[in-house]
Design a protein around this ligand. Structure first.
Ligand SMILES: *Cc1c(COP(=O)(O)O)cnc(C)c1O
Length: 385
């Protein structure tokens, strides 16, 4: 095996703890669907699905059929996969054959699904997504009632697994008025479905934020994304939690990811010299500089140029100059023991120091989700205890 320029470690203990936290919040009767879109928010879908199953998860949500196929390769037999987003017409057959659940948000789609299910002689597993106010995807009321009738007629081939919708922005208290409206509308759809004696197995509306802060949005399944990776959906939700447990801080969520590399080279840079491209960094004194074997093409944000730091021997080493495509430099003048090949922590803990994802995403106005989901899938992931 030829070695990659960085590596990611994933803590099983942290994930199990996060999942247990969500489970405790939502209660035993609410199913947790683990959202593993975007390569499990950059954690790596293959190791993450295996880890989540160990923590008791048996339902996974993805954004596309392509992602569903990745999850299919690593999940155990008893777990289900649900596609919340794009499923191209030519892939419906694949979804039906493999027992993949998927959202339907157009009436016309049902006709095509029926045709495919008949051809496969296997029922399609459908979640009807309804429009409640996010105005992304979702059946408006008129198409919903039409769809119910259609499903009722062809129930043998169209299995009505779920009724669902998506809240637009539950992580922020200032959106609460909108969330309330969406929840009320969702309840209307449920009533209509029930009045026709059509009761899907699962009703789901909440992602992490609502699942944590608004019990009335939980129904019998929540779609938990960011929270399981150990990040609060936003400061308001963290505040809700603190009020609930009557604390002023609570480090209950655990970061799963640790991102590491090692020192590629070390050099002395005399005072007055520039480091790297252009004149972005000039040595104000004689310095000792360490070279890192990765850059923005490897997922390390370029905005960290001249402002972020890494950990070497448990000490902070400030970034000097620009993040290049596949190299960047850090100051190790104060770490004389630093040597070529020594471990470098980019995200995570080393001895008594820690670099949190949030600590460096906050300073450059990058979402945790954005930073994580951009970690290239080529970086090797290893599950640790
Ligand atoms: C991404 C996504 C989620 C998960 O959101 P988090 O805020 O990360 O929990 C849930 N539902 C849908 C439809 C999504 O696209």
């Amino acid at each position: 095996m030829v070695r990659h320029s960085s590596r990611i470690e994933l803590s099983q203990k942290a994930l199990t703890s996060n999942i247990n936290f969500v489970r405790k919040k939502v209660g035993r009767n609410v199913r947790i669907s683990s959202v593993v879109k975007a390569n499990a928010y950059g954690h790596g879908i293959d190791p993450f699905v295996r880890m989540a199953e160990k923590a008791g998860i048996n339902h996974f949500s993805v954004a596309s059929a392509h992602e569903a196929n990745e999850a299919l390769q690593c999940k155990s037999k008893s777990s289900s996969i649900m596609i919340m987003g794009i499923l191209y017409e030519e892939d419906i057959e694949w979804a039906v054959e493999n027992g993949i659940e998927f959202y339907v948000f157009n009436y016309d789609r049902l006709l095509k699904v029926l045709e495919t299910a008949k051809k496969c002689n296997k029922p399609a597993l459908i979640h009807l997504e309804v429009e409640t106010g996010a105005n992304r995807t979702g059946l408006p009321m008129s198409e919903f009632t039409k769809s119910l009738s259609f499903i009722k007629k062809y129930g043998h081939y169209l299995k009505y697994i779920g009724l669902c919708s998506h809240l637009g922005g539950a992580e922020s208290d200032s959106n609460k008025f909108k969330i309330d409206i969406q929840q009320k509308r969702f309840t209307d759809y449920i009533k209509i479905s029930k009045s026709r004696k059509m009761n899907p197995e699962v009703l789901h509306l909440a992602s992490s934020a609502a699942a944590l802060a608004y019990p009335e949005t939980r129904f019998n399944m929540v779609r938990a994304g960011v929270i399981q990776y150990g990040f609060w959906p936003g400061p308001d939700i963290y505040y809700h939690h603190l009020n609930e447990v009557n604390k002023t801080s609570d480090r209950v969520l655990k970061r799963i990811i640790t991102w590491k590399t090692d020192i590629m080279d070390i050099r002395d840079v005399p005072r007055g010299e520039f480091v790297g491209y252009g004149t972005a960094f000039q040595a104000q004194r004689d310095m000792r500089i360490a070279v890192m074997p990765l850059g923005y093409s490897n997922g390390y944000p370029r905005a960290q140029s001249n402002r972020g730091h890494v950990l070497i021997h448990g000490k902070k080493a400030p970034i000097t100059g620009l993040i290049n495509m596949n190299l960047f430099m850090v100051d190790v003048s104060h770490i004389p023991e630093a040597d070529i090949g020594d471990e470098v922590v980019l995200v995570g803990r080393q001895k008594n120091s820690v670099i949190r994802v949030s600590s460096f995403t906050e300073s450059i106005n990058l979402l945790n989700n954005e930073m994580l989901s951009r970690l290239p899938s080529a970086i090797p992931r290893e599950i640790v205890k």
